[in-house]
Ligand binder design. Structure first.
Ligand SMILES: [Zn+2]
Length: 264
């Protein structure tokens, strides 16, 4: 799915709401849920705003042994990083890094000063405080070359260490033959993308596109968007719920049954 103008407008609204709230940092999953887009598109769009200095990215490091959040100390050895809590050492990779975004001081200042200029009506009427921040590691986010460049430009040593050069295989390119990444890691990422083969999603999409009832069509287009993002996030339970909603409005059509089979 491409990032369209509606998503961009939702971003402006979202950022305004964040700047008016007590929220300091937010995850890409929060914006994905707000705008009904998948995590990859959310990360891409947020990184575009890092490039234009409206947002800044920061990293939460979680110990793979005790799962506690550590402050990222760039002076430590990334290959033998010692946990502040359990004292286990681990090799930091993209499974341990969780991105968060925050509005830059300058942009926040601008947003606050332009709050009463008549452009602040809330079109999408959602509150940001109720959307949970879901912890999604970098390994579960697909990034394209353009986003990767912005990421490398943020000048964070550990990010350069992990994402620069051949260490990082761009998951979009499907070139899974890099020996620097463990096979188990690749397999799990691969499985997540393939929970349901795309052809069945496309079949369902076709069915919805050809519906005559406008309301039914609109409703199921929204369900389909949610279904795609829950599959992208590998949230099978949510995907099953959405399928059930669709089943109630569409009846037991073949593609729904097939997709349901992949989720069990
Ligand atoms: Zn630990």
């Amino acid at each position: 799915m491409a990032i369209d103008f509606i998503t961009r407008e939702k971003f402006q609204e979202f950022i305004k709401l964040i700047s008016e709230s007590a929220i300091d940092k937010f995850t890409p999953s929060k914006f994905a849920k707000y705008a009904d887009i998948n995590i990859n598109d959310s990360f891409k769009l947020l990184m575009e705003h890092v490039a234009t200095k409206e947002l800044e990215i920061s990293w939460e490091l979680r110990c793979p042994n005790c799962s506690r959040a550590l402050s990222l100390n760039n002076n430590k050895d990334f290959e033998e990083y010692e946990c502040d809590f359990c004292y286990e050492t681990f090799d930091v990779d993209e499974n341990d890094l969780f991105p968060k975004f925050k509005i830059t001081d300058k942009y926040k200042e601008y947003l606050i000063s332009s709050r009463n200029d008549g452009h602040s009506e809330k079109k999408f009427k959602k509150t940001v405080t109720n959307i949970p921040d879901e912890k999604i590691p970098m390994s579960d986010i697909m990034i394209d070359e353009q986003t990767k460049e912005i990421l490398l430009d943020t000048d964070c040593p550990i990010i350069l260490n992990i994402f620069q050069g051949d260490n990082y295989v761009n998951q979009n390119s499907n070139s899974f033959n890099n020996s620097n990444i463990s096979n188990t890691n690749i397999q799990s990422n691969n499985n997540q993308c393939q929970t349901v083969p795309n052809e069945h999603i496309e079949e369902l999409e076709d069915y919805i596109t050809n519906l005559d009832d406008v309301t039914l069509k609109k409703m199921n287009e929204n369900y389909l968007t949610d279904l795609k993002s829950s599959l992208a996030e590998n949230d099978k339970e949510k995907a099953k719920d959405i399928l059930a909603f669709m089943g109630r409005t569409l009846g037991s059509i073949a593609s729904l049954t097939t997709i349901g089979g992949y989720l069990n």
